[in-house]
Design a protein. Structure first.
Length: 387
């Protein structure tokens, strides 16, 4: 800024204006600022009369010369203050007018640019309105139906997935009744395969379904129960075959019993579950049954009730008392009974061997090592007829 300007032969220096007028927070509402700009207290002090002239006795008298001088001095000071403030105002007006005259071109240019910009914005607004109208027309006439078709296709796909899930859940919930129906026909292999398939579905396709969270553990317990049932049925079928053969030997059999098909189902189920120790319960049951039957036959030949004897060597003592024909008949009876045992065991082992061979031939080549081959060879050797 130029602090000095000359106009109409007068010099206007902006430095003469006190800095208090140029401050950004200048306001006459502030008492200190007002006192500094207009010193009212000094003006009142200079215009106040003397103490002697202010007494009540002299108030009605004519003003003294001193009072007149003070009043004249006060008016002069007030006039000087007014002229000084007017001079400050003139300086500011001149400098402000000079600044406005220098920036007028820029101001009017900016104002003109603003008018042009406003006109351009109105034109752009009208074009945007037309564009939106065209987009609404295109959306309604061309894209809306296609997008609705896409949404319907997605909705149909999701509903189909939900339907498949519900259908699968309904099928899984029928697993236990189906397993019970298969067990009633002794179809253990199909029951175990159904359990395995259902477990796989629960672990993958139906994973996270809260209503089926307990079905997996129930199927596991049912699988264990089927394993115990197969072991029990295997022993029962073998013992039933032995009992039938014994009755045939004694001539008391009523009808023929064919257990081979039931044995095949039980053996396939146990081999599928890798239960390779199912012969141990049969062995224990055969030993117990053989001992009981031998004691029963011997007691019938000796004609001595079993309950009346408590000594361990009573059988040897009484056998020594038998005659040779009776002893030979007893021996033939026991040997026939043991032969029935051997034939029944041979039949069971033949079934076991055939089942093992069938499973080995049906299994893939890379899974042969998991098949119970040693049990197949062992059962094959036992199933061969004695020399």
């Amino acid at each position: 800024l130029h602090h000095e300007l000359q106009q109409d032969g007068r010099l206007y220096n902006l430095g003469e204006v006190p800095r208090i007028f140029l401050q950004s927070d200048f306001t006459l509402d502030d008492p200190r600022t007002f006192e500094e700009v207009i010193p009212v207290s000094r003006l009142l002090q200079s215009s106040s009369p003397s103490s002697s002239s202010s007494s009540p006795h002299t108030s009605k008298k004519r003003p003294s010369k001193r009072d007149l001088e003070l009043q004249q001095s006060t008016r002069h000071s007030t006039k000087l203050l007014h002229e000084k403030l007017t001079h400050y105002l003139d300086i500011v007006e001149v400098h402000l007018t000079h600044q406005i005259s220098q920036k007028s071109d820029i101001f009017f240019s900016t104002l003109s640019s603003q008018y042009e910009l406003q006109s351009h914005m109105m034109q752009v607004r009208q074009e945007v309105v037309e564009l939106r109208r065209s987009l609404r027309f295109l959306n309604k006439g061309m894209t809306e139906n296609h997008l609705r078709l896409v949404r319907l296709c997605v909705q149909r796909s999701r509903q189909l997935q939900v339907y498949q899930k519900l259908k699968m859940i309904s099928t899984v919930q029928q697993t236990q009744p189906n397993i019970q129906a298969l067990l009633r026909t002794s179809d253990f292999v199909s029951a175990l395969e159904l359990i395995a398939t259902t477990q796989d579905v629960l672990n993958h396709e139906l994973r996270g379904i809260r209503s089926l969270r307990h079905l997996g553990s129930q199927l596991t317990e049912l699988e264990k129960a089927i394993e115990h049932l197969m072991e029990s049925d295997f022993v029962s079928f073998c013992m039933e075959d032995i009992e039938h053969r014994r009755k045939v030997m004694e001539g008391t059999a009523v009808e023929d019993v064919d257990i081979e098909e039931r044995l095949v189902s039980v053996v396939q189920g146990m081999l599928r579950q890798r239960k390779l120790c199912f012969m141990t319960p049969l062995r224990e049951r055969l030993i117990k049954y053989t001992k009981s039957y031998v004691l029963q036959v011997v007691s019938s030949y000796l004609q001595i009730p079993l309950e009346t004897e408590s000594e361990d060597n009573w059988l040897t003592v009484h056998l020594n008392d038998l005659g040779f024909p009776t002893w030979l008949a007893l021996l033939n009876h026991l040997l026939d009974f043991l032969l029935i045992h051997l034939k029944s065991i041979q039949r069971s082992l033949r079934v076991l061997s055939s089942v093992c061979r069938a499973m080995v031939s049906e299994a893939p080549s890379d899974h042969h090592q998991h098949m119970p081959s040693q049990h197949c060879h062992h059962s094959e050797a036992l199933s061969s007829p004695p020399a």
